[in-house]
Write a protein that binds this ligand. Structure first.
Ligand code: HEM
Length: 482
C-alpha cells in the first residue's frame, strides 16, 4: 500500500471520501485453533491504508442540522444524577496521573512512539481551534456523506464534543494499547445501537484527516498524515471487530416495556422495564437508554438491582431542569411505554475473587448501583462486610432508605449510614473518615461528578490504593447528563 501523500491544507481535506478507497475494514477471521488472538497482536497487525481527494466541502460552514438547529447546551448534572458512563471514554488515559485504577495503577510512561509524538504535535496545534476543527469535521462528514446524518441526533452540540473528542484522545494514547483496547471494544459494541456499520468508518476517517490537515496545515506533512492514518486504522479496526464479535451473540439494542413507574419524590422515579429478550448484565453496570419522545438521544442509567430471575430491569431516574430524557422518564413515561436499550457496560462491579469488604458511597440516585452491588454480594452468599454511606442534600431526598434498611435487617454483614450534605454531596465522602480503617475494603463511588472527584481524593487521602477505588468515569457522567 502506497504511503499516503500530503496535500496542502487549503485544497481541503487530504483524506478523500471514497468509502473503501481509503480504508477497508478488515473482516475478522476466527482465530486458528490454539492461537488466542490477543488485542495486542491484533493492534500490532494492523496496517495503514491509502486515500483519494474528491468532494471538497464548499466551506467549513456550520453543521447541517437535521430538523431544526436548537443547540443542546451542556450542563453539569444536578445532584443525584444517575451514575452512568458508557464505556468510560478513555478517561483512564486522561487521568494517567489520577487513574481511578479500577483494576491496576498505570504503567510507568515508556517513551512515546514516533506516531504518538506526531499525533500529540498535531493535537497541540489544533487545540486552540478545537471548536472550528469539530465543526469542520462534521460539516465535511455530512456534506460528503449525507446518508450518515440521520444516524446522529437532531441537535448535535453535545455530540460534537464526544465522537471527535474521543477519537483524538484515543489517537493521542495510541501507545497504551491495553487500556485503549478495552475502551474501544466497549465503544464498538455500543455503536451498534446507532446503526454504525464497518463501511462508515472510512468516511469518518477521511473527514478526520480532512479536518486535521486543514487546521494543522503549518505542521501537516506526509509522516504526520501516515501516523494519523495508522492510529485511525487501529482504533476503528478494534471497534469494528468488537461489534462483529458482539453481533454473534447479542442484538444491537433491546426494546423494553415500562411495567412499573413509581414516583418516590417529586422528581425521582423508580422505573421497571421488561426487555423483549434476555438482557445479561452485572450488578454495578449501566446501560444507554433512548425514549420514544427524544429519538437518537441516548442517556446512561445504572441498573438499580442485581440481575433478577424474572429478567426485569429497574432504574432510579432523577428529573433535572431542562433534562429532556430524564424529565420524560420521570414525568411522562407510564406502564406500556416502550424504550430502547443499548448493551450493558461499565466495570464498577464486585470482584468475587477476593473477600475484601465493600465500602460504598452513594449520593442521590447514585445509590441505585450501590444497592445492586449489595444484592450481588447477598446472592453470592458471601459474608463479606459491606458498609454503605448513603447521601442526599436533604432528609426527604433519601428516597430509597426504607429499602436499604430492610436489606440491613436481613443481612448482618451490611451497615447503612445516611449522610445529609447540603453542599451538593461534595462532603459526603468525608463521612468515611470518621469510620474505618478501610485496609481490606474495595471502595465504590457513585453519584454526581463533583462527589466522585472529591471522593477519590478522600479515599486516596485515607490510604486506599488506586486499584481498590471503583467508579464510572466522571467525564461520561457529565457527557451523559441530561
Ligand atoms: C472511529 C472511531 C470512533 C470513535 C472513537 C467514536 C466515539 C464516539 C463516542 C465517544 C460517542 C459518545 C457516545 C458513546 O459513548 O457511545 C459516539 C457517539 C456516536 N457515534 Fe461514534 N465514534 C467513532 C466512529 C463512529 C462512526 C464510524 C460512526 C458512523 C457514522 C459513528 C457514529 C456515532 C453516533 C451516531 C453517535 C451517537 C450520537 C449521540 O448519541 O449523541 N461513530 N462516538
Amino acid at each position: 500500500m502506497d504511503a499516503p501523500t500530503t496535500t496542502s491544507a487549503d485544497s481541503g481535506t487530504s483524506g478523500g471520501d471514497g468509502v473503501g478507497g481509503w480504508f477497508t475494514p478488515r473482516k475478522k477471521s476466527p482465530p486458528t485453533d490454539g492461537e488466542q488472538e490477543t488485542e495486542g497482536s491484533r493492534l500490532a497487525a494492523l496496517r495503514p491504508l491509502g486515500r483519494s481527494t474528491e468532494g471538497e466541502p464548499a466551506s467549513g460552514g456550520d453543521l447541517p442540522a437535521a430538523g431544526g438547529s436548537a443547540g443542546i447546551e451542556e450542563r453539569l448534572p444536578d445532584e443525584g444524577e444517575p451514575a452512568s458512563a458508557e464505556a468510560p471514554a478513555p478517561q483512564a488515559l486522561l487521568q494517567q496521573e489520577r487513574v481511578p485504577a479500577q483494576r491496576s495503577a498505570p504503567a510507568p510512561q515508556a517513551s512515546a512512539s514516533p506516531d504518538a509524538v506526531l499525533i500529540r504535535h498535531t493535537m497541540a496545534e489544533i487545540t486552540p481551534v478545537a471548536d472550528k476543527v469539530t465543526s469542520y469535521f462534521y460539516a465535511l462528514l455530512f456534506v460528503r456523506h449525507p446518508e450518515l446524518r440521520p444516524l446522529f441526533p437532531p441537535a448535535m452540540d453535545t455530540q460534537r464534543d464526544r465522537l471527535l473528542k474521543a477519537l483524538l484522545i484515543a489517537a493521542e494514547h495510541i501507545d497504551n494499547a491495553p487500556v485503549l483496547a478495552d475502551y474501544l471494544q466497549n465503544l464498538g459494541r455500543g455503536h451498534r445501537k446507532y446503526g454504525t456499520r464497518p463501511e462508515h468508518y472510512p468516511a469518518v476517517g477521511e473527514c478526520l484527516i480532512g479536518a486535521l490537515s486543514r487546521f494543522a496545515g503549518a505542521i501537516w506533512d506526509e509522516r504526520t498524515e501516515a501516523a494519523w492514518v495508522r492510529a485511525y486504522t487501529t482504533i476503528s479496526q478494534v471497534m469494528i471487530d468488537a461489534a462483529a464479535e458482539d453481533e454473534l451473540r447479542s442484538p444491537p439494542w433491546w426494546m423494553a416495556e415500562v411495567v412499573s413507574h413509581e414516583l418516590r419524590t417529586p422528581d425521582v422515579a423508580v422505573i421497571t422495564l421488561r426487555p423483549d429478550q434476555p438482557y445479561p448484565f452485572l450488578a454495578g453496570q449501566y446501560t444507554s437508554l433512548e425514549t420514544p419522545w427524544w429519538p437518537r438521544i441516548w442517556r446512561h442509567y445504572s441498573f438499580a438491582s442485581a440481575p433478577r430471575s424474572d429478567g426485569l430491569l429497574s432504574f432510579h431516574v432523577k428529573a433535572i431542569p431542562a433534562g429532556w430524557v430524564s424529565s420524560a422518564l420521570v414525568h411522562r413515561a407510564r406502564p406500556g411505554d416502550v424504550v430502547r436499550l443499548g448493551p450493558p457496560a461499565g466495570s464498577m462491579t464486585v470482584d468475587h475473587t477476593t473477600d475484601n469488604g465493600l465500602l460504598c458511597v452513594g449520593g442521590g440516585t447514585g445509590i441505585a448501583p450501590i444497592k445492586a452491588l449489595v444484592e450481588d454480594v447477598a446472592e453470592h452468599g458471601e459474608r463479606r462486610p459491606v458498609e454503605v454511606f448513603y447521601g442526599a442534600r436533604a432528609d426527604h431526598d433519601l428516597y430509597d432508605i426504607d429499602t436499604l434498611l430492610r436489606m440491613k435487617q436481613s443481612h448482618s454483614w451490611l451497615e447503612v449510614r445516611t449522610v445529609v450534605d447540603r453542599h451538593g454531596l461534595l462532603q459526603l465522602p468525608d463521612a468515611v473518615r470518621e469510620f474505618g480503617p478501610w485496609n481490606e475494603y474495595d471502595a465504590y463511588l457513585s453519584g454526581p461528578p463533583g462527589m466522585i472527584r472529591s471522593g477519590v481524593d478522600t479515599l486516596r487521602g485515607i490510604g486506599i490504593p488506586w486499584n481498590r477505588i471503583r467508579h464510572d468515569s466522571v467525564e461520561e457522567l457529565v457527557a451523559a447528563a441530561d
